[in-house]
Structures are given as C-alpha cells and as structure tokens.
Design a protein around this ligand. Structure first.
Ligand code: KIV
Ligand code: ZN
Length: 510
C-alpha cells in the first residue's frame, strides 16, 4: 500500500525571508489560495512575532483558508508562542499548527544562543508546554539538525514528543548533508528514539550543495513522512527544497517510491508562474519541472527522437503539470526533422519546397541570428533573395511627451519602404499599449500586443534592458526581442523587427 507524504509549504515563511521586499498580506493571501487549490496539506503562513505585517498576513490567511492547515513559526520563547497563537486564533477551521524551533547543534548552542545543552532542552520542553495550551498540533524543529550530535538530537526529540509534539522536523538548515548521511540520521532517530512512533518525522532541506531534493527523497525512503519546501525552491541563500521537484519525483518514479501526495499536479505550472511574478523572482530557464526549457528540445537528434516518440526524451509531459506542449526551438542545432515538422504545421508538404536547400539556408541564418521562428522559416523557403531583402520598416524618430502626468503625446516617423510616414497620437492609456497602437496605425499593419516582458540586467557597470514581446497578427504570434540601454528603445526596436517579419510573411502569403 502506498503511503501518503504530507506536503508542508513554507514559501510564505522561509521563501519570504529571502525576498528583497517581504510580501504584503494581500499578496500572501493570493499565494495561500493558490497553495490551497493545489492541495498543499500545511501552509506555513509566516513568523508573526517578526513584524506587524507578518502578523496581519497570518491572521488574514488563517481566516480565509479552509482546506489546508495553517501554521506559524515561533522561537522557544513565550511571547513568540502567544503571538503565533493569537495570529491564528480566528482560523477558519479552528485548528492550527504552532511550529517551534531552536538550534540544537553545538555550534548554534554555543555561538548563536550562548547557552548549554541542558538549557536548550529546558527551553524546548517549556515551549512545548506553552504551545499545548493553544493547540494539539505542534511541530518542533531541531534547527541545524544535520550538524547536531546524534545523541543530543535523540534526547531532545524524545523529550519534546513526551510533552506533546506531533511532528518532529529534522532540518538540514545549512544544506550541508549528502543523501546517504541524511538518510542515516533519519534511520538512527527511528531506531534510537523510543517514542518516535507518536510523531510524524518531517524534513526540511536547504540547497547550498544542490542536494535538497535528493536529501528529501532519501529521507522519505528512510521513514520521514512530511516534506517541507517552497514553490520554485525560493528560500534562504540557495533556497529550500523545490516542492514541484519532490511532487513530480514521487509521481514519476512511483515504480520505486511507494508514496503519493494529495497535490493536484495540473496546478503546478500556474502556481509556480504566479508565485514567481508576485515574489519578483525569475525562474532559471533550466530549472527542473517549471523552467522555460524544461520541456523544450533543441538538438536535431533530440527533436527527431521526440517526433518519433515523445518518450524518447521526455519523462514528464508538460500537460501533467498544466503546461502547454512546447514548439521546438528552431536554432542552429535543429535538424531537418524539426524543419519538416514546422513546415508541415504551416501547411506545406515536402513537395512544395526543397528541404535540403531550406536546411542549408536555415543553418546560415540561425548561425548568424540565433533562434528563429516559423514565419522566418516560411520566408526563407519562399522568398527569393531572403538574405538580401533589406528591412521594409525603419524607425527614424520617436518622441514621447507627457502632459500633466496623464496624457501622452507620441510622435513617430517610420520609414515604410520608399516613403516616410509621420503619425502622432494623444492618449491617456497605458504607454506600452499606446506605442504598439501608433506603430500599427503608421505601418498599416493591424497588430495587437499579447505579451510584454522587460528585464533590467547589469552589464559590467551599465544597466541594460531586454524587452521580449509577442504580437498577434491575423491570429498568428510574432516574436520580437531587443537589448539596449533604454527600455523604450528596446521595445520600439522589437516592434519594428516584428513588423518586418510580418511584412515578409505577407509577401509569401499574397
Ligand atoms: O532551515 C531551518 O532550519 C528552518 C527552521 C526554522 C525550520 O527554517
Ligand atoms: Zn529553513
């Protein structure tokens, strides 16, 4: 029989701790609702003693969430415990968890807490007794357990369980452990602590050596039944265990891992995206499960293999996590199979073009410009002198003046082939959409902005801006991207690129 792994999410506590700006209560509530919908068992909503805003967040979340247990962090101090309980006193479900923690390694005891082991043990027991006045659901964390002397660890665990702790958490606080070692710690606890059966064993791993997911999986194989982590792996330093990795590892490797979670996998992608946006933390493209490259196949051999059978190179389908199937990236690494696939999708069978010739030109183009898109491929196949074709649209001048902080006046001079067109508009609407509109009007090409993304990056000592856009034209998506020192320039240049692609596209279609 498969056993359940309890999913404990600490995005709003350990994750929030690592953000440049901690989250406001309404954003925290939005995230808590997503986690609840995804099926998270326990949501650690915050550390109420840490700030009035955090108290407010925990209070708001506990009033509004009914299907996940709400939990608050508290040091082994009376005021922390009382405030944590107060923050959750109006819980929708009336039950809540208090999560106590204290450093148990010699390092933490001596240099951080400046106490001795007996004093720590006493503080731990007293705090459990205090928390018991408010709830029967008490979690106790031996902070830095991964570097704690095993005998001391077992003494603390036995004592806190004796006084009513229902979940005992073993954190690898500094991400120091490796899987075999961490598994041994869990097994030793199970063998040495006589009353361990009265409590669930939880683990909480950090990713400083990139071992967080590995340590978490090995811990459940050794007897732990709760995993703590965050969405997208955000958290102190290199972050916490990324829950999406654990959830999908349990699902994907059910042949080996005899466990299940109550998570609705289809919600993972959306939850991850929204959290990344709210927290303002970008997801690295190669991040497992939710990175933008997680389901994209680039090399010719891989693309060919995928076309023959997706299982050749995909262990999880994007649909499993609620993501859309990705188109192949067309780069200089792509092969004929990918070209044929894209041409086919656009309605061109192989007898309509010369595949070998197209492939040769495609490689030349992608070597020079990097990734290209279906419409470029189409132009390459059917436009004579594609390379020599100079751009039809060129931006000569753009001026934006803001009147009384509300009205924008935009003026552009756009070279359209042989002519230069001048156009101006006055608008009170969003400047990003207004710029797209004026380009549409001047070029006489009906476009609509579907997606706009702007990222500032540091290049040596200069701040540069990358704008990526998706434009809709006659139900087709056109992509534009540009990096300059100024975001309006990056944006307008990407629109001009898109207009030129559409112009070439129209030449073929007509
Ligand atoms: O990493 C850690 O030890 C913690 C505890 C508070 C559980 O975050
Ligand atoms: Zn932590």
């Amino acid at each position: 029989m498969k056993e359940k792994i309890i999913i404990f999410d600490t995005t709003l506590r350990d994750g929030d701790q690592s953000l440049q700006h901690s989250l406001k209560s309404n954003d925290k509530l939005k995230i808590a609702k997503l986690l609840e919908k995804m099926g998270v068992d326990i949501i650690e909503a915050g550390f109420p003693i840490s700030s009035p805003e955090d108290f407010k967040s925990v209070n708001l979340i506990s009033k509004n969430i009914k299907n996940s247990t709400i939990c608050s962090l508290a040091r082994c101090k009376n005021e922390d415990i009382d405030i944590a309980a107060k923050a959750m006193s109006n819980s929708f479900s009336r039950s809540f968890r208090i999560h106590l923690f204290i450093g148990t390694s010699n390092l933490h005891i001596k240099y951080k807490l400046r106490k001795n082991f007996e004093e720590i043990l006493e503080m731990a027991i007293n705090s459990v007794k205090r928390a018991k006045k408010y709830t029967n659901d008490i979690e106790f964390s031996c902070e830095d357990a991964g570097r704690t002397n095993i005998d001391n660890l077992c003494i603390i665990i036995e004592n806190v369980i004796k006084h009513g702790v229902t979940t005992i958490n073993i954190p690898d606080t500094v991400g120091y452990n490796i899987p075999t070692e961490f598994s041994k710690i869990i097994k030793l606890i199970i063998n040495k602590v006589p009353n361990i059966d009265k409590s669930i064993i939880s683990i909480h791993c950090h990713n400083d050596l990139g071992m967080a997911a590995g340590n978490s999986i090995t811990a459940i194989q050794s007897g732990a039944r709760q995993i703590e982590g965050t969405i997208n792996g955000i958290g102190e330093r290199s972050g916490n265990t990324a829950l999406e990795e654990i959830i999908m590892a349990i699902k994907t490797r059910k042949d080996i891992l005899n466990f299940y979670t109550d998570i609705n996998h289809k919600k993972i992608y959306k939850t991850s995206k929204i959290i990344s946006k709210i927290c303002n933390v970008n997801i690295s493209p190669n991040k497992s499960i939710i990175g933008s490259n997680a389901f994209s196949h680039s090399s010719g051999i891989h693309q060919d293999g995928i076309l023959k059978n997706r299982k050749n190179y995909e262990i999880i389908s994007p649909e499993t996590i609620g993501a859309k199937n990705k188109e192949f990236n067309l780069t200089s690494r792509s092969g004929r199979a990918a070209i044929k696939y894209h041409m086919n999708k656009m309605g061109y069978s192989e007898d309509k073009y010369n595949l070998n010739k197209l492939y040769k030109n495609f490689i030349k183009l992608t070597d020079k410009y990097g990734r290209i898109f279906s419409y470029d491929l189409e132009a390459l196949a059917f436009l004579k002198n594609f390379k020599k074709e100079s751009n039809y649209f060129k931006l000569k001048h753009l001026k934006i003046s803001i009147k009384n902080n509300v009205e924008n006046n935009i003026l552009i001079k756009l070279v359209c082939g042989e002519n230069t067109k001048i156009c101006s508009i006055k608008t009170k609407s969003n400047i990003i959409y207004a710029i797209c509109k004026i380009f549409s009007k001047t070029s006489n090409i009906k476009i609509k902005l579907k997606k706009f993304k702007s990222i500032f990056e540091k290049d040596k000592n200069n701040l540069i801006n990358k704008v990526s856009i998706i434009i809709l034209y006659k139900k087709n998506k056109f992509y534009g991207e540009k990096i300059t020192s100024n975001f309006i320039e990056s944006y307008t240049k990407s629109i001009v690129n898109v207009l030129n692609s559409i112009w070439k596209y129209n030449k073929i279609i007509r």
